[in-house]
Write a protein that binds this ligand. Sequence first.
Ligand SMILES: C[S@@+](CC[C@H](N)C(=O)[O-])C[C@H]1O[C@@H](n2cnc3c(N)ncnc32)[C@H](O)[C@@H]1O
Length: 284
Amino acid sequence: MSRPELQAPPEIYYGDIEATKYTKNTRNQQIQADMTYRALELLNIPPEEPAFLLDIGCGSGLSGEILTEEGYIWAGADIAPSMLEVALEREVEGDLFLQDIGQGFGFRPGSFDGAISISVLQWLLNAETSHPTSSPPHRLNRFFTTLHSALKNPSRAIFQFYPSSDDQIQLITSCAQKAGFGGGLVVDYPNSKKAKKVFLCLFVGGGGGQQQIPKGLEGEDTEDSKVRFERRRERERTRDRSGKRKSVKDRDWILRKKELYRKRGKDDVPNDSKYTGRRRKPNF
Ligand SMILES: C[S@@+](CC[C@H](N)C(=O)[O-])C[C@H]1O[C@@H](n2cnc3c(N)ncnc32)[C@H](O)[C@@H]1O
């Protein structure tokens, strides 16, 4: 895992105490987990296909842990050193980048098979300074253009976010469109004050109408909640007594990671064998 340089940029949204509190709060954990599972559903990557995902505004890695448990390899970017510090303490599997997404990404074209972002996009609507390059449209354009290039064709990027007006939605969707994305909004439980969730589903490529905007969920959140609650309990079983996650690097995980590296053109990936993923005896 790469260690981010932890020098504070001027924009810090979470102090050390807030970052730890945010991460330990079980209600936050549940809400962010639910939204991550839904984002993965909307991402619609075929099961068993190895995939490298970008978690935009990854924070302390609450979503990242689910990505790992669901078998994905991932990298996360966040502006807050304190949040990344907590992610490192929690020993998440993803590569972490200290990055203001409003400055745009510097990833190689086509690096990622998809992206998710949970509760982050609304932050790009704040002007950082009065300089024109800090204006929300400027930052959104830079962000979406560089994200579009960092994604494979075809692929998707799914953002759960909290817009506070239709104008904000309009600005975000028009900047995404300008950057080359297709797609649109999916609103789950639109008639429930409590359960309503807004997802921006962006598509790269897949022309000819192959990528359809998924339908939002209707009615009450009950059945989905039950399924997600079971998944969360399963997830909690992967923690040891101190609250640290147990390793999920089993044979399947290793095979998926090797397959992903081969797909990405890495030529020194060892062959699979019956010994792959086998535990070594400790060397005393
Ligand atoms: C509510 S937290 C969500 C964190 C994580 N996605 C989760 O679900 O737990 C919002 C995150 O967005 C990050 N953030 C806000 N503005 C950002 C920016 N311009 N660039 C990168 N990250 C940003 C914050 O540092 C914070 O970690």
